[in-house]
Ligand binder design. Structure first.
Ligand SMILES: Cc1cc2nc3c(=O)[nH]c(=O)nc-3n(C[C@H](O)[C@H](O)[C@H](O)COP(=O)(O)O)c2cc1C
Length: 182
């Protein structure tokens, strides 16, 4: 049977390495994973690091031509079963809510007709900002499924809401969405 394909987007968060952990868990479940990093995510993890886990090419540039494919932002979403962004920054959530498409991941999101999961990760004040809340509300009204965030220790040294949900819990949600359980 053909394995399901997941487009895993990783954005520029201190928790970007946990996106790589999720990729590892998803691969163990037998999924094919196409990894897409935002330019900011490259400040935290590398294409090579993610490719070592997925065993497939990883993409981060809108304009780097793939052989035979000048428009990866469209083709990457042609036949995926799930689009998951883990972690999702406040910036990515804001761009997605407002239809902005200025890099590969945000362009692919606009072109995507598969189910979408976003797992936010950010400082508590960023999470509590009314702009973030409004963006989440818009995306939820359009069918985006949010995984977390949760309470816990944050990179900025404080503790509060904004911590990325654990990869094992995000995996469970991915499995539920893929099997139509939610
Ligand atoms: C060390 C560091 C950690 C960051 N962690 C986060 C984070 O967890 N969540 C977030 O929303 N932004 C975080 N940012 C800010 C984002 O990197 C910034 O908004 C960036 O423009 C996001 O780009 P992207 O959404 O295209 O990946 C962090 C910045 C730095 C310097």
């Amino acid at each position: 049977m053909k394995s399901k394909i997941i487009l895993l987007g990783i954005t520029g968060s201190a928790a970007a390495f946990k996106g790589v952990m999720l990729a590892s868990l998803l691969r163990k479940e037998g999924f094919e994973i196409d990894g897409v990093l935002t330019p900011s995510a490259l400040q935290f993890i590398s294409e090579t690091q993610l490719a070592c886990v997925t065993g497939r090419p990883v993409y981060s540039s809108l304009f780097t031509m793939q052989p035979g494919d000048p428009v990866p932002h469209i083709t990457l979403t042609d036949s995926i079963d799930l689009f998951a962004v883990v972690p999702a920054t406040a910036d990515f959530i804001g761009k997605s809510a407002n239809g902005l498409a200025d890099d590969l991941l945000s362009s692919a999101f606009l072109a995507c007709s598969a189910p979408v999961i976003m797992a936010p990760s950010m400082n508590t004040r960023m999470w509590n900002n009314s702009a973030t809340a409004a963006n989440i509300e818009i995306l939820e009204s359009r069918g985006v499924i949010f995984a977390g965030p949760v309470m816990g220790p944050l990179t900025c040294g404080t503790e509060g809401m904004g911590r990325l949900m654990e990869p094992s819990s995000i995996l469970k949600l991915c499995l539920d969405v893929l099997s139509g359980r939610c």
